[in-house]
Write a protein that binds this ligand. Structure first.
Ligand code: FES
Length: 160
């Protein structure tokens, strides 16, 4: 069951966007961010549908169409490993293995402390520094074992 404060926050976000259907992406992104677990809870999707005058299935269409959304709780930091061609030929598979080893999870999973979720991404324009990974808005490239360790350490410290 969703906390009362969470529902109020959801209404606040929707109202800020004037209950505009055109702004559904921004609304859902803000809700996802405010969830603290990088996902859009079902209760929130229901409120969005109701307030925007859309069917719940329409809201779910949007949530499932865009890879940036999740319906399941994720970690505080989403580690997106690019698997498009330039990163792939430069060893994105090795990078995945390194992150899996460092975090003790497989791709698609979330660490037990809810700090990291490891997932694939398509090209985000950092092909010149392939293989690359994106965390939040930040991009890290030319990855090797040392850099992977440093990145994980950095975010572990930041997330505390
Ligand atoms: S192919 Fe990986 S960032 Fe472009």
């Amino acid at each position: 069951m969703m906390e009362k404060i969470r529902a109020q926050e959801v209404y606040g976000i929707i109202n800020k966007h004037n209950k505009s259907k055109e702004q559904i992406l921004s609304i859902l992104l803000e809700i996802q961010e405010a969830s603290g677990r990088n996902y859009v809870p079902e209760e929130c999707a229901q409120i969005v549908a109701q307030e925007l005058g859309l069917s719940l299935s329409k809201v779910y269409d949007v949530l499932t169409f865009y890879a940036m959304f999740s319906l399941k709780p994720r970690g505080k930091y989403i580690l997106e490993i690019c698997k498009s061609a330039p990163c792939h030929v430069n060893g994105s598979k090795n990078v995945r293995d390194m992150f899996e080893k460092e975090l003790g999870i497989s791709i698609g999973e979330t660490t037990e402390d809810n700090m990291f979720t490891l997932q694939y991404s398509s090209c985000f324009g950092a092909c010149d520094i392939a293989p690359a990974v994106k965390i939040g808005g930040k991009v890290y490239g030319n990855l090797n074992e040392q850099k992977v360790k440093e990145i994980v350490d950095l975010y572990r410290k930041e997330g505390q």
